[in-house]
Design a protein around this ligand. Structure first.
Ligand code: ATP
Length: 293
């Protein structure tokens, strides 16, 4: 099963002149790709282009070699998409909602029935299938969103910021679900939270201020940050200054002060200890070292 997405030289400027994407080149094959970037980086704009809902000003996007700007239906036939602003019909049950969307997609009644059961089970909603969506939690609604995206067993699954607004338990559940979705398809998941994709992404793309800052595997991103991650304990009174001067990935209150994890070109202080960077450190270091935070 072929699933190759090639993005070459894509630019996108909103009416009014805001350049949201510039010179994006991305080459993606099967697996889970984490598209990471701070708010406003251009992730949703790129996802909309990949989902054929926006056209790039310049550049090309090809799905298995076919230009999707000229022939969007080729990609649409293979696409499952969970947009950032996904909404559900409150009065319908999960099963009714999926049946409605299956009909809109033109799936046969027989196939729809089979796929709805499979997808509901896959997202852990089999027991809630006949409850009204109006009574679902945010996490359950997002799982319905994944179920609708999976309905036609897509080769390309695009999921835009799926964990926004979820509580920690739902977020964790969602991460497990994404990990289980791998297989032979291409899954692109955008987020500004590294831990959303830490356990699942086989490949990463980092976008900041409309430009692609990195594409490769997580290990390569971590390798770039070697020698730039530090553990540094400061008195509580020095926390604000440390935060103002350095890129801090985490802080932990301890009896002897605040233990910070800092990324910096050199040790932030003589008593800072070099540590092996985490993916979070590596992401922050990439943005910091490129002046893209
Ligand atoms: N309709 C629009 N008109 C003008 N500018 C826009 C529009 N939509 C987005 N932008 C701007 O384009 C840039 C990229 O937005 P985009 O939504 O793609 O980023 P993002 O990485 O998905 O961020 P977020 O997670 O905050 O949605 C931002 O600076 C945003 O303000």
């Amino acid at each position: 099963m072929q699933c190759q997405l090639d993005v070459d030289g894509v630019d996108y400027t909103y009416r009014g002149g805001h350049e949201a994407l510039a010179g994006i080149d991305l080459h993606l094959g099967p697996g889970i790709v984490g598209l990471l970037g701070p708010n406003g980086a251009g992730k949703s704009t790129l996802m909309r282009i990949l989902a054929t809902l926006a056209k790039p000003a310049t550049g090309s996007v090809r799905w298995n070699g076919t230009d999707i700007v000229r022939a969007p239906d080729v990609l649409r036939a293979a696409l499952g998409y969970l947009p950032q602003d996904f909404g559900v019909y409150q009065a319908l049950s999960a099963r009714e909602f999926l049946a409605y969307l299956a009909a809109v997609k033109g799936m046969s009644a027989q196939r729809a029935r089979e796929r709805i059961e499979v997808c509901l089970a896959e997202v852990g909603l089999a027991d809630a299938a006949d409850r009204r969506l109006g009574g679902f939690s945010g996490g359950m609604r997002q799982r319905v969103g994944i179920a609708q995206a999976l309905l036609d067993d897509p080769r390309l699954l695009i999921v835009d910021e799926p964990t926004v607004g979820l509580d920690p338990e739902e977020r964790l559940r969602f991460r497990h679900l994404i990990t289980a979705l791998a297989g032979e398809r291409l899954v692109i998941l955008s987020t500004h939270i590294v831990s959303d994709i830490e356990a699942s992404a086989t490949s990463l793309a980092v976008l900041a201020r409309g430009r692609l800052r990195f594409q490769g595997d997580p290990e390569a991103l971590i390798a770039q940050a070697q020698g730039h991650a530090w553990d540094w304990t400061v008195p509580a009174s020095a926390l604000a200054e440390a935060r103002a001067r350095h890129a801090v990935t985490s802080s932990l209150r301890r009896p002897d002060g605040i233990r910070l994890r800092v990324v910096a070109a050199a040790a932030p202080s003589a008593d800072a200890v070099a540590v092996t960077p985490s993916l979070e450190d590596a992401y922050l270091w990439l943005l910091e070292s490129q002046g893209a935070r």
